[in-house]
Design a protein around this ligand. Structure first.
Ligand SMILES: Nc1ncnc2c1ncn2[C@@H]1O[C@H](COP(=O)(O)OP(=O)(O)OP(=O)(O)O)[C@@H](O)[C@H]1O
Length: 322
């Protein structure tokens, strides 16, 4: 059996809440509260959930841009939690992140050439002339003119900047790309161009993706499997087609009901969730979703639902299926 490229086990990230002159810790924000999944080589795992459910925190914690509170993150069988700074730097070559806002993540004082050269210099990859050649090749590969190397980020459109962000992540030849809302800031027509580019790159370079988004139609297009998060917890995980054909968790159903459908026969009734996402500093007891769940039962406010396989390969945390 093929080994997972990435194996995340019971990952937690709590942020301390500090108050007063002494900055005493008076509580914690449970942004990621026990997440377990694995990603196979070449696979795209979509991660969805509304704003504030912990997607970005999870992405950054996997890469140790944020220190995990607890849990395991194994990349090719090696736990990255606990690696020294040097070991982690070497590991970062294998796992790169692309952010939502390429403008914020590109240094405005750097030319595009310098932006793409820098990661290779940090990792001491290739000779100087080979680096330059790689920059030109990568710009061409992401659909930009290699003559653009002397231009600055502000001279490009949003879609072009995101192509630069993707090229920069690829300079060090990673195996895994974590894409954190990579097309959320782009117009719809540009979104599909960037998504197609990501698909082509994945095929050509044998890449594995974790694709974080709040837009389910985008996730459906690109993902093999989909993980639905709610308030730092896993709600549902299954093949993308299965999640869309037979969503089991009431939260997934609500998210899906908001996705526009092109076929009027398939029209879903819109499920409007009551209230806002509760604060992860003070999460509800029992099922984290029970305060907004249209199907909530008495047990839901008392007992945390187990994470279980309701159908083959289709996992869900909901008392409806226990
Ligand atoms: N540094 C921090 N300190 C305290 N709380 C934080 C910090 N970073 C994130 N949080 C909180 O953790 C929770 C999860 O945030 P996160 O940004 O991971 O969610 P998200 O699903 O990615 O949302 P969005 O799509 O808006 O980015 C939120 O309640 C957020 O306020």
């Amino acid at each position: 059996m093929t080994e997972a490229l990435l194996d995340v086990q019971d990952l937690k990230k709590y942020f301390p809440i500090r108050r007063g002159v002494l900055q005493r810790v008076v509580g914690q924000v449970r942004a990621v509260d026990g997440i377990t999944f694995s990603v196979m080589p070449g696979e795209t795992l979509g991660v969805v959930g509304e704003s504030g459910c912990g997607k970005s925190t999870m992405a950054r914690t996997i890469l140790r841009l944020l220190e995990p509170t607890s849990g395991k993150v194994e990349f090719e069988g090696k736990n990255v939690v606990g690696l020294s700074k040097n070991e982690m730097r070497a590991m970062r070559r294998e796992m790169q992140i692309v952010f939502q806002d390429p403008y914020a993540s590109l240094n405005p004082r750097y030319t595009i050439g310098k932006t793409l050269l820098e990661p290779m210099e940090i990792h001491h990859l290739h000779t100087a002339s080979a680096r330059k050649q790689r920059v030109a090749d990568l710009l061409d590969r992401v659909g930009l003119d290699p003559d653009y190397t002397n231009r600055f980020a502000h001279e490009f459109s949003g879609g072009q900047r995101q192509r630069i962000g993707i090229a920069r992540a690829l300079t060090v030849n990673p195996k895994l790309l974590i894409l954190d809302e990579p097309v959320a800031a782009l117009d719809v027509s540009v979104q599909s161009q960037v998504l197609n580019l990501l698909k082509d790159l994945q095929d050509d370079l044998d890449l594995t993706y974790i694709f974080v988004a709040h837009d389910l139609s985008v996730v459906r297009y690109i993902s093999d499997r989909v993980l639905v998060l709610y308030l730092g917890h896993m709600a549902e995980l299954a093949d993308a087609d299965e999640v869309f054909a037979d969503p089991l968790h009431p939260y997934t159903r609500a998210l899906l009901s908001a996705v526009p459908v092109t076929d009027p026969d398939q029209k879903r009734e819109r499920i409007i969730l009551k209230g806002d996402l509760p604060s992860p500093a003070n999460p509800p007891a029992g099922c984290p979703f029970h305060t907004r769940c249209p199907a909530a039962m008495e047990i839901c406010s008392k007992q945390v639902p187990a994470w279980q396989e309701a159908k083959p390969g289709h996992l869900v945390a909901c008392h409806l299926y226990q």
